[in-house]
Design a protein around this ligand. Structure first.
Ligand SMILES: [Zn+2]
Length: 180
């Protein structure tokens, strides 16, 4: 396992762009190496695509210079998550950060699950996957209660507005709902 190369851009060190070619819009997979902040580093899955991107950089240096701060791809971070939560995502400094527990999910499963969830809850500030279903942090219309409980078969979606109730209040509310 090699350590990070000092010439990597911020986007590459944040796991947003391929460490070989700098592209942030190609199909990518983890390299197994980490940036200084612990972010998983990524590289193009297809070596031909990666080589093609590198040749673009050679011929169009101005285009390559634009790839120093990519924002279009989510950052995947491997980290232990408590309470059996396999995946959690939310925004951090304008970047979409997906945290998944490698003990529970592979990177591929995490990516699939994230893609599905992001399509379901595009406005969410954070989504946690739990053993009961999904907990979605978002804004709810002010004429609605600050928390909404919906069941889909055995699974349940809890949507709450974090500007109106705290996570602690939400958990107390959930205990009450379970007791009904
Ligand atoms: Zn590449």
């Amino acid at each position: 396992m090699s350590t990070t190369v000092p010439t990597l851009t911020t986007a590459q060190l944040d796991g947003l762009a391929c460490v070989r070619c700098g592209a942030d819009d190609t199909e990518q997979q983890p390299t197994g190496d980490r940036g200084p902040d612990g972010a998983q580093l990524f590289a193009c899955t297809d070596p031909d695509v990666c080589r093609a991107q590198q040749s673009i950089d050679t011929h169009f240096p101005l285009l390559a210079a634009l790839r120093t701060k990519a924002q279009s791809a989510p950052v995947f971070v491997e980290h232990h998550l408590a309470d059996g939560v396999p995946l959690l995502y939310g925004h951090k400094d304008g970047t979409l950060t997906v945290t998944y527990d490698p003990a529970q999910l592979t990177f591929e499963s995490a990516r699939e699950l994230f893609a599905e969830a992001h399509a379901l809850y595009p406005d969410a500030r954070a989504v946690a996957f739990t053993n009961i279903g999904h907990i979605v942090t978002t804004s709810l219309p002010t004429d609605e209660p600050p928390a909404r409980f919906e069941s889909h078969g055995a699974r349940c979606t809890v949507t709450f507005d974090d500007t109106r109730i705290t996570k602690k209040q939400l958990l107390a509310l959930m205990d009450k709902v379970v007791g009904l």
